[in-house]
Design a protein around this ligand. Sequence first.
Ligand SMILES: [Zn+2]
Length: 589
Amino acid sequence: MYFKLYNTLTKQLEAFVPTNPEEITFYSCGPTVYDDAHIGNFRSFLAADLLRRWIESPLCVIKNSANPADPSRATRTTVTQVMNITDVGHMTDDENADGAGQDKMEVAAKRIEQAKKQGVIPPDQGISPNDPFAIARYYEQRFKEDAIELGLKVAIDDRDRDENTPTYMPRATDNIENMKTVIEQLLADGYAYPAGELGARAIYFDVQRFKSYGQLSGNALDQLKGGAGGRTSDTNTQQKHHPADFLLWKEDATHTMKWPSPIIPNLAADEQWGEGYPGWHIECTAMALARLAKDGLEGARKSHAQIDLHSGGEDNIFPHHECEIAQSCCFTGSDSFAKHWFHPRFLKVEGQKMSKSKGTMYTLRDLTAKGIDPAAIRLELIKTHYRANADFSMQGLKDSARRIVNWRSAAKSLQYASENDKRLIGYKQLRPALTGVQIAMNDDLNIARFLGILDKSVNDNRGSYSDLKLLEHIEKGVVLPSSPLNEDQVEKLLNSPHLCDQRLAVLHRLDNILGVIFRPIPKTQETSIALYQPGVTPSPEIEALLIARRDAKKAKDFAKADAIRDQLQSMGLTIMDKPKGQVEVAPLN
Ligand SMILES: [Zn+2]
């Protein structure tokens, strides 16, 4: 029973067979940092994260190409995952693959200028609309914070790496030289050509030189005659050999982010081009090979390197990934760039297409401001199979939050038993759950079945000696660790003679895949009168209203107490009376 995964390239479910099962290479197309990422972006990033976590789990059975008969897990699998940060060259019309439209960083600059004028961004924020690098750094930082909050391992790896380890989240602007190396090689080998008028020249990839162009997306070249997407600008079409030829580099001294152009063969030194900027597609080839191939770009050519896994949103399939494959294969001389292509489907919100005008293009920050636990957001975004359109809803978020509370409650009971009284057990279905989860996830990441098995084994809480009332009471004081045990510790606990230890170990093993049980829990803040839930900032104004309400209730002036409740509601807050006279204050959803 091997791990089988759908491959967009072959359009079938197939065994995942990495070149070296001990060191798997995984490239994920990352965000364009010109705005905050929304939950639709994160659905795709989290699906890739779930895949990576599954491959790293000892439960995953990887087919060993060296010895197909023996899927041995004697050595631990490590996954090196790299996710790029696009901070230049991603044009608004890039679905056309020819670099038309505006650079997204310039669009961001205009938006920020506007926001500053309207006072939406505080003046002390320090990002100048005239500085695209500063805009990119600003959104990059926010993306990394959001990604860590949602448990994206590639962002956690990047944060925790030591100074000798190269970044796991490389920036396009830090890899211009690598891109130029690839472009110059493609020019030298005749896979790319220069075109256009002095001052606005371009280097294009010649798609007719790559016979497999179209294999990933199913777009045959003769169908693309009219120009991909049908909006290719006339000037660009005239100077290209084929309408589907895509931009590698653009000479443009007026662009806000620009670098010396690649060396053009057969041009004298004083005839070389002026400054310019790279096209979008080339960055992923340059960064994937520079970072993941043995001995970098140079080694990639020598060894005809390919990577094991490549992911991106389904909108990346064409033209972005098609272009990546063409230029990478022509550069490395390999007939394959990535063995396995992974593309999660789009996210819907409340059953409809996500829309900025309807306000459903939520960012993580929009949701945590409502007091929603990021773990619930993570679960809501991973709970649907990656090849189905997931539907994100507020009701779904509530259900996800409830499930997590239930799982944490089991973890607390078992942790209490493990630390205090080994006779207290329960949750006897947990140990067999490992096999069920293994079968489900090896079958193309059947996450819904995984979650169903976990729910069932946590709800079935029968033990030979378990005072459940006592456990429920005790578990309130148990504090769970903020991350799951590592797999060596899990293995040790699984081999304990005590059932409660073994069952606790199962939860840790499963949460190394899920990432929602053992993690930092958003804090509530407490004052003598209020319990502030996440998403509410305590303030003297709220405190004064709560005290006035308490006094009104004491004086049996219920009309006044109700009026204060309404006033808080108009401030976006909901309240609930708690024991000892305290009041819970939560955001109004
Ligand atoms: Zn990419």
